[in-house]
Design a protein around this ligand. Structure first.
Ligand SMILES: C[S@@+](CC[C@H](N)C(=O)[O-])C[C@H]1O[C@@H](n2cnc3c(N)ncnc32)[C@H](O)[C@@H]1O
Length: 260
């Protein structure tokens, strides 16, 4: 898939679901609420924010209520069209059509308090382009400011699928237009003067919705409690084996620019 195919895909979705804003991008509203809660923990009144890949403005609208200013862009003109409609009248929001990683260095300020993406870098074609996009984002964060990446996790999906396969449930597949990010690749791409402030995942949510729920609904003849306890036992072994849990489809990393 080329980047232009990706632009065409999102232009098409924007038109197909123009009357149903919750279905244009990711459709799981409960997960999206968790994502907004996570963002809120890192935002504060008075901040100037840059959002890349704003889509139809779901995150943009939420953030705009609590910060000083938000500049946002998307590669898809149709998405920005929906975003403009959604945010009409908001004087602290500026919307643009641009595509990462080929953005003029001089566009946008270089002193945002926060630069963020939610499920955007995974749409970028090729590892090198993904890396350049994250580095461009980092270059727009002021000293002391934050870079927030909320993206699909390659390791998280693999870990979930390992459990699902073991339990006889079909593996989940990432949409064909996404390339999930590997944690190590992200950590290597981010400039050394950024330190990791927060490292989060929604593994409890994924455990319940992507493992327990499908397991409990596998068939009417199943002994639900037995299956549940067997699963809980198995998961406990996995989770305690190294003291952390990778069962999250989302990788939520927050970096601080420590340059002075
Ligand atoms: C899954 S949607 C997420 C939208 C929004 N961040 C949200 O969470 O509601 C991905 C968006 O990223 C945009 N996008 C993908 N690749 C991009 C790129 N290289 N530059 C700018 N926007 C991009 C798409 O056009 C699409 O609107």
């Amino acid at each position: 898939m080329s980047q232009q195919d990706n632009v065409d895909y999102w232009n098409h979705r924007a038109k197909a679901f123009q009357n149903d804003p919750d279905k244009v991008t990711h459709q799981d509203l409960f997960q999206k609420k968790l994502e907004l809660d996570f963002l809120d923990r890192h935002l504060a009144p008075g901040m100037n924010v840059l959002e890349v890949g704003c889509g139809n403005g779901f995150v943009t609208e939420h953030i705009s209520r609590g910060v000083n200013k938000i500049d946002a862009f998307d590669q898809s003109e149709a998405m920005i069209g929906l975003c403009r409609e959604r945010l009409a009248g908001r004087s602290n929001v500026n919307l643009f059509v641009h595509s990462l990683p080929d953005i003029d260095e001089k566009l946008f300020d270089i002193d945002y308090d926060v630069v963020l993406s939610v499920r955007v870098i995974i749409n970028i074609f090729g590892n090198q382009n993904q890396k350049m996009a994250m580095q461009w984002m980092a270059s727009k964060v002021r000293p002391g400011g934050k870079l927030i990446l909320m993206e699909g996790s390659a390791e998280g999906l693999a870990a979930i699928n390992a459990v699902r396969t073991r339990m006889g449930i079909d593996a989940l597949t990432a949409p064909h237009y996404n390339t999930n990010l590997s944690r190590d690749d992200v950590l290597q791409a981010i400039p050394k003067h950024f330190t990791l402030l927060d490292d989060h995942g929604f593994w409890v949510y994924d455990l319940v919705t992507r493992i327990l729920y499908p397991l409990m609904n596998k068939g009417e003849t199943l002994q639900y409690n037995t299956v549940l306890h067997e699963t809980a036992h198995f998961l406990d072994l996995i989770i305690s084996s190294d003291g952390k849990c990778d069962l999250s489809r989302m990788l939520c990393l927050v970096f601080k620019n420590t340059a002075s």
